[in-house]
Ligand binder design. Sequence first.
Ligand SMILES: Cc1cc2nc3c(=O)[nH]c(=O)nc-3n(C[C@H](O)[C@H](O)[C@H](O)COP(=O)(O)OP(=O)(O)OC[C@H]3O[C@@H](n4cnc5c(N)ncnc54)[C@H](O)[C@@H]3O)c2cc1C
Length: 404
Amino acid sequence: MTQVLIVGAGPVGLMTALGLARENIDVCLIEAEDRIVYTPRAISYAWPIFAPLEAFGVLDDMMAAGHTVDARTWRVFKTGETIVYNHDAVRDITDRPYSLTLGQDRLAEVILKHLQRYPNVAIHWGTRFTSLTQSDREVTVLADRQGETVEFKADWVVAGDGGRSVVRKSVGIPLDGFTWPQRFVATNIRFDFEKHGWNSGYLIDPIYGAVIYRIDEKNLWRFTFAENASLPIEGVLPRIMSFANAVLPGDKKFDLVLHSAYNMHQRSARSYRAGRVLLAGDAAHLTNPTSGFGLMGGLYDSFLLSETLAAVVKGAAADGILDQYSEERRKVFDQVTSPVSTESFRLVFNSDDEDRFASDLKRLKERTANLDEMRKFASVPAMLETRSLMTGRTFSESASLRRG
Ligand SMILES: Cc1cc2nc3c(=O)[nH]c(=O)nc-3n(C[C@H](O)[C@H](O)[C@H](O)COP(=O)(O)OP(=O)(O)OC[C@H]3O[C@@H](n4cnc5c(N)ncnc54)[C@H](O)[C@@H]3O)c2cc1C
């Protein structure tokens, strides 16, 4: 019996556990795998999220484990033209004017290290959620551990079990939206992009569009492209080779370290709450990752959910606040995450209308000459945050108040 059972030790499940643990809530987390899952996925965190990460106590360790990036380049594949965006426009509103690059598995490791300090947190690895039943008072969860059925009872359950969430399916919440006809192929490669004057950023082209990001100091880069989702997945390796051959500068010699193909969606659960079960992260919503808003949106879910759920468990708020959590976070997905990510995806990977592309390019360039426009653009990730449902403040406002 625990107060909150969290399904999934992805970054969102772990961050929610940390938020609850810090509020002295008893947390039990079950994870299907035996360890943190490593696939080449989220690596980038925009500056506005540093305030909540600092409040949760993990920012310094994240900074130590990753590296910061000031400039991002938009490169037009056909012409080689580049437009560079940096963080100059937000230097007066943040003392951390950069983004952070850190693999989401490394983020999960950082959070896990923090969680180990809390005696009120139990983590069960190799324990796969299979089903649940709920009453007015509690939830009974069944899980599979090496062929044995294990039963847990909890006051509340949080689904942090990712896009294919079995928890979401078991409470019958539909996932509204659509799946793109393209899939993403994410690769980690060793290649000296900087020797050829390439920085982290985007390559814009309807065929050769790509997201290119330096992962570490040893020339490990994330290189992600899109392909027709109906192509057979078995042929992906030769397609990676021919794509890289067409796109990389210089001698094109690279080492492929890892690759993984993903279907892409713009989908959101119809509600992020079903009685005593709450959804967060990819279990609640899925976006194409061009803007890097997938995990960031999920982390903002976990910041809000851990605060509101802790208040409900402690009797400091009525459980209706959890409906507000659901409504507010769904609104952020519908109004910010999904439209912004869709627009970035269109520009980088689907810029096949020449007139529209010309005006997109003009807009990208004009923005660099206008500090206000650059500030607005660089501040879009701040719109992923929902104000605290308890205090009405953002994390930055709370931090300023604390500093006096
Ligand atoms: C190519 C690519 C690049 C991306 N880049 C970015 C980026 O730059 N920035 C960004 O913000 N986002 C990015 N994203 C999105 C990001 O990866 C996801 O939003 C993020 O992984 C969501 O975290 P999560 O914890 O909700 O789910 P997950 O990371 O999927 O974790 C779910 C966990 O639940 C476990 N689990 C699943 N089923 C069960 C079960 N039945 N029982 C127990 N445990 C279970 C899984 O093993 C896993 O550990 C990218 C995604 C892709 C595909």
